[in-house]
Ligand binder design. Structure first.
Ligand code: FES
Length: 499
């Protein structure tokens, strides 16, 4: 059943004033609104689409506080003390969710459960051994075991982490949004932000087509920030991850979080269902956004992996993909936007979007209210991580390679070769065209240049959208921007559509 988080949220009409305006109504934006409204300030939340209709709706909601890129890797980049604070903050986010859903009586299937990191088939156990050492260094509870309750995994090396969490994210956000509204906060859906500016008097002005919002502070909590044109974007990279749900009999496997040691890793959890059936949610198959258009192959591989390890699964009930922004040093960017006085950002959730969203809300609300945060240093947007230079270079090669694509031929030589329901890049003189033909035969021809800073777009046939490999923008087939950092639509392109 679809959950609409704030179905009555209307587009912004007219000018408004508030204490804090929040742009982006996912887990980070709504959690920030809750923290600020709870302290008595007036909040207003804007989203370009539906409330909680973006990337948060695609999460698989593993509430696991240890770095999912491995704590050993994080210690290598940022040292033991920062890695310990990272763990502490992420664990505090799960505590905060537990506290809020209790206090606000939100029916969201929240529960504490064990997490199991298990040695992938046909790999050695070194990652498990290294990770055991690292996790002990940051002070997290951990137990070493042999075997998880999956086929072929009886002898695999395993780390068990107690007191992880999970829940139904949209049901939680529905309750959280209702609590914000009860504290006089307001939500505006389908409201596209055109600009965010700081005035000389320190106030922030957010302009939209329907009106302006003037506030003493703004939080930009879009999946990828629209306030920063370049600096943060070079320190993170967009990845697509794939997820599918199977029906499974209740009790077929213990209710827990499971993930393996591959890179990219597989992740598994249960979602309670009706009667005698639950849903098993499995994810994996990650690749850099826009660098593959083979979702069917990835889903087939995910299904084969699942049926091999968990033969009790029945039919596939849902399939979807989502985007993760991985930072070069594994923690998000949360805090004051570099160069701004009263604009704050929240981005780079690094595959741990729900816990990042909640810890970011705690940090940004504390900073806005003039209090410090013990965790601010972990996530500071202006931080430098010299040890992450290898990741920095690796991720930024994408943009260099991408711009060279403008010189390459198109995927089709003429729009007349484009079949109904397909999208492709077509060269037209000196230009590259992002062309899509709908099922009725209508052609949509747009510029293939992303409106953020011009990278070359790639077609995503599973999501029927254009993905930007550089910083994670998505555009609908007709050029409408769907995901930040781009805010403007793709330019229309005149091209003759001869039969
Ligand atoms: Fe930055 Fe496309 S998202 S160029």
């Amino acid at each position: 059943m679809e959950v609409e988080v704030a179905p009555n949220a209307a587009p912004l009409q007219g000018d408004k004033e508030c204490d804090v305006v929040i742009i982006g109504a996912g887990i980070a934006g709504i959690s920030t609104a809750y923290e600020i409204a709870t302290e008595g300030a007036r909040v207003l939340v804007i989203d370009r689409g539906k409330i909680a209709g973006g990337i948060t709706a695609r999460t698989t909601a593993h509430l696991a506080p240890l770095c999912d890129d491995l704590t050993s890797a994080m210690i290598g980049l940022r040292g033991e003390e920062i890695s310990r604070l990272f763990y502490e903050s992420q664990a505090a986010a799960i505590d905060r969710i537990e506290e809020i859903q209790n206090k606000e009586a939100i029916d969201c299937d929240f529960r504490r459960l064990d997490g199991y990191l298990f040695q992938a088939l046909n790999t050695d156990s070194k990652i498990i051994e290294d990770e055991l050492d690292a996790v002990r260094k940051v002070g997290a509870p951990v137990h070493r075991l042999v075997g998880v309750p999956f086929s072929h995994c009886e002898q695999q090396h395993v780390l068990r982490y107690p007191r992880q969490g999970t829940f139904h994210p949209l049901r939680y956000l529905k309750g959280l949004a209702a609590a914000v509204e009860a504290k006089a906060g307001t939500f505006h859906a389908d409201t596209v932000v055109e600009s965010i500016e700081e005035r000389d008097d320190g106030k922030v002005v957010v302009s939209t087509a329907g009106g302006k919002v003037v506030a003493r502070a703004a939080v930009v909590a879009t999946n990828s920030p629209i306030v920063d044109r370049f600096a943060l974007h070079t320190k993170m990279a967009p990845y697509r991850s794939y997820a599918m749900a199977f029906s499974i009999g209740k009790g077929a496997i213990p209710d827990a979080l499971y993930w393996d040691t591959l890179d990219p890793y597989h992740y598994v959890r249960l979602q309670p269902g009706e009667g005698q059936t639950d849903h098993l949610i499995v994810g994996g198959g990650d690749h850099k956004s826009g660098e593959a258009d083979d979702a069917e192959v990835r889903f087939q591989a995910l299904e084969a992996w699942t049926r091999n390890l968990i033969p009790a699964v029945q039919e596939v009930t849902h399939r979807w993909s989502g985007q993760i922004l991985d930072t070069i040093d594994y923690a998000g960017f949360i805090g004051k936007n570099p160069g701004s006085e009263n604009i704050y950002v929240h981005t780079g959730d690094s595959g741990q979007g729900i816990t990042h969203g909640v810890v970011g809300a705690m940090i940004n609300s504390a900073l806005i209210q003039g209090r410090g945060s013990n965790w601010a240093e972990v996530y500071a947007p202006s931080r430098k991580t010299p040890a992450a230079i290898v990741n920095f270079v690796k991720e930024n090669i994408t943009a260099v390679k991408n711009f060279a694509e403008y010189l390459a031929p198109g995927e089709l030589s003429a729009v007349s070769d484009l079949k109904a329901g397909h999208g492709a890049i077509i060269r037209h003189g000196l230009s590259k065209i992002a062309a899509y033909r709908d099922s009725a035969g209508k052609l949509y021809a747009r510029s293939a240049a992303c409106t953020h800073i011009g990278c070359h777009l790639h077609w995503n046939s599973f999501e029927t959208c254009w993905d930007c490999p550089c910083h994670g923008s998505h555009f609908a087939f007709d050029g409408t921007p769907l995901n930040a950092p781009a805010v403007s639509p793709l330019a229309a392109h005149e091209i003759e559509d001869k039969p």
